[in-house]
Design a binder for this molecule. Structure first.
Ligand code: SDX
Length: 430
């Protein structure tokens, strides 16, 4: 980063020069790292709407233009021309692999897909109706109790092994969470299947009969993984970075990211969006829900709409919408009432002054649930699929932070508005 310009802050007739750092592309940043030491003042930005928490080379988003690049490659091109494990390589190592590098990476991931057999016991401790995200948070966190040989974050080789283990085992753990919730036996990973086909097989095959993975569905699944792989410094990625800044092991950091992603304002929105579409039920009910979404006194929000960064459209939603049409067509699901409600809701919302003024467009979660539901996943599995897709992004960001010589523990301050100093009063005198 270079600083060729600076910003001047005048406080009580004192002037402070704050360097302005230059990006490759996107907004410049005002470097305030020395501000508190020089001026004894904090900046204030709850929700971090105007704050850059780090510098990164991984993902670029332009909210106005609706652009999303992984290592400079537009998401539209990667979703259509690449595949998830190649995108994982790109996010982790910064460049697209050649054929030999790709094959080696895919072999390394494939040979780490099984989990320690004793981890099966963790699932038995949960109720069968536990939300799969609850089991995933628990089981992924417990990985640090099994893979001690890849928890020393100071050792680059252990960081690499932990990264491969997490990318390889998250689909297995997500599929186990699903199987446990439906009372079916766990299905072991199958090394002759590709990543997406393996996940579908672990979720939907049963010992009693042969299961054939439809290559077109596997392609759609793989595309969903790619569309969710990384997204700059979103809430769950920031959680992973903050946990990692304390030196916590990678399994604990990813478990923290899964916990944060679960929230309905974040990754939990794909489940909430489909449930909302099903609650609306039919197109004629849409106006009532639009009214409620606009009512300040009504906590209802249109799930799957709006985004902290995208104020035009979410490029992932556009690809997802095309995929939804393809998958429903492939499965012969013509009169999908939910898709009709989704498309009509999108059309109305994009014409409504409230949504236009607040720049609320469908985000990545709006259409993903329609595809996943058509594939046979219950809504409770939508966020676990988001979590397994995003694991590579969390890891890439975590590795970037650990390797950064500037890396230090994240420790924000506050604007204290509580009680002034006062003396203790004995209970007999209160
Ligand atoms: C993801 O950050 C990422 O990159 C996240 C993500 C990723 O890949 O990691 O992209 C994944 O989390 C996508 C977002 C999924 N969440 C939802 O679909 C839930 C519904 N959306 C909202 O909760 C909301 O839009 C957020 C949380 C996504 C963004 O909220 P912001 O940027 O903090 O904006 P805000 O809540 O301050 O809203 C601004 C205004 C408010 O009105 P005013 O107070 O200004 O009058 O817009 C309104 C809000 O009331 N608003 C909505 C709305 N979203 C915002 N009104 C109705 N329906 C909505 N969905």
């Amino acid at each position: 980063m270079t600083d060729t310009k600076s910003a001047k802050l005048i406080l009580d007739n004192k002037s402070f020069d704050l360097p302005i750092l230059q990006p490759t592309i996107g907004p410049e940043v005002v470097d305030i790292r020395k501000l508190y030491g020089q001026a004894d003042i904090f900046t204030y930005d709850p929700g971090f709407t105007s704050t850059a928490s780090c510098d990164s080379t991984i993902t670029y988003i332009d909210g106005e233009k609706g652009e999303l690049w992984y290592r400079g490659y537009p998401i539209e091109q990667l979703a259509k021309q690449s595949h998830y494990l190649e995108v994982c390589y790109l996010l982790l190592y910064g460049e697209l692999p050649d054929q030999a590098q790709l094959e080696d990476f895919e072999n390394r991931v494939t040979r780490h897909t099984m989990v320690h057999e004793q981890m099966n016991n963790f699932f038995r401790g949960f109720r069968r109706d536990a939300h799969p995200m609850a089991t995933m948070v628990g089981v992924v966190g417990a990985m640090s109790a099994f893979y001690h040989d890849s928890t020393d974050i100071a050792d680059p080789m252990q960081r690499e092994i932990a990264s491969i283990r997490l990318i390889a085992k998250l689909p297995t753990i997500a599929a186990m969470a699903y199987k446990y919730s439906v009372g079916q036996p766990f299905v072991y990973p199958s090394n002759e299947l590709d990543y997406a086909s393996n996940f579908l097989n672990m979720c939907f095959s049963v010992p009693a009969e042969k299961y054939h993975v439809d290559p077109a569905l596997a392609r759609a699944m793989d595309r969903i993984f790619t569309l969710h792989a990384d997204h700059e410094q979103n809430a769950s990625t920031s959680t992973v970075r903050l946990a990692g800044s304390s030196g916590a092991n990678p399994f604990a950091c990813i478990a923290a990211g899964i916990a944060c992603l679960w929230g309905p304002a974040h990754g939990g929105a794909n489940q909430a969006a489909l449930e909302m579409l099903q609650q609306i039920g039919t197109v004629d009910q849409i106006p009532e829900y639009i009214r409620r979404a606009k009512d300040k006194d009504d906590p209802f929000r249109l799930m799957g709409f709006g985004h902290r960064v995208y104020k035009n459209f979410d490029p992932r939603a556009k690809v997802m919408k095309e995929s939804a049409d393809e998958v429903l067509d492939l499965l012969g699901i013509e009169d999908n009432e939910t898709l009709k409600v989704a498309k009509e809701l999108e059309r109305i919302a994009l014409e409504d002054d409230y949504f236009v003024e607040k720049k609320l467009y469908p985000n990545v979660d709006f259409y993903s649930g329609i595809i996943l539901s058509a594939m046979g996943f219950p809504t409770s599995m939508f966020t676990p699929i988001f979590a397994l897709s995003r694991t590579v992004g969390w890891i890439a960001q975590w590795k970037e932070m650990i390797a950064d010589p500037q890396n230090k523990i994240g420790r924000p301050r506050q604007l204290y508005v509580g009680s002034d100093k006062r003396d203790y009063v004995a209970v007999s005198k209160r």
